[in-house]
Design a protein. Sequence first.
Length: 381
Amino acid sequence: MTRGVKTSRFLLFESASIWCGGSGLRAITGSASKDPDLQCLGLHLGLLSLSSDRLGQRMKKVLLVCFDNLGDLVFASALAKALSLGEGIHLSLLCKDYTAKIGYLLPGIEQVFAADPYWDKAPNRKKGKLANFLRCLTTVRDQRFDEAFIIGSNWQSALAIRLLGIRKIYAFNGRKNRIFLTKALPLPSRTEPVVEGILKSFAPLLPQTVPANTELNRSALPHYERPDILRGKIIVVLHAFAGSAKRCAPLSLWGQLARKLSEDGLHVLWTGMPSETQTVRKAFPGEWDASHFVDTWATDLLQLAWIWSESQLFVGHDSGPLHVANALGIPVLGLYLPGEPLRTFPQGKAKSLMIHKSSPLELDVEEVIAGACALLVKEAM
């Protein structure tokens, strides 16, 4: 059964444990809190509660809602930053369960609520249960938010937020959601950069303008020790998978890339869900030992993000992990086969290159190797 876990002003509804314990990574934290869960997350209690100098003034409680998948949550980071810059704003996030840990890294987010929506699936999960979703909404309603900003245009999200009793609700204009909204905003074009489109649509409501870049708060990540075998290594992360296998480069190409990087003295680290890394192991039996697979130490998304943040380069398809890494300041090489290169190219401040093909079969390994080497040279300069 899904249960709520509450620590101070930190609340999640989750179907799996959120805490970092039980992995092969050892957390290091300077937090004064004695709560091991907070220490493991690397979050100071002050980040999750209202500071004393704000308790005496009327705050505007704002809820950012993003029931999309991981990459879309990262694209919403610029909107979170813009909203948080308003005077007296207390900004919270409502998102899918599996994206919640990354939600803490969005600029200005002070509180996270999470539950899988009953109308949509998360990767490798079933649709959320209605009872669990309603239980989460009840807790959110008790917070008495003043405004809600919904990233999306579906009527289910709009209805859910209307049931919370929030007075002002803003979302993209959809066919069925307008009746539940205070104001329906223009739907961003699918031919413009997604972050720019989101900011443009919400611009009339934002307290300040911000650059159209994705950004995650790297300093909010837990601090871990590198395993001994990875100390001193220059890590290149490879993510050979995406939501659809039809837009993934063949594993044989990824193997060629990994061998070339290894020959150049770099430590290749295959990343992905356990089922994905197991696929790599089976494709190349005995070629790489356990130190080359991220699930040797971590499967938790927050731990994975920390490991990605330790790398010199991330190579992957157009998927959530690529955008998380770029938003954390890591150079990325994105493979769009085909993807939506005009809309969802890497939009973080870190360096990036994109290779776009109409089919994975058109991709040449030499082009990928050249792109990776170019980014590594730039990073070394």
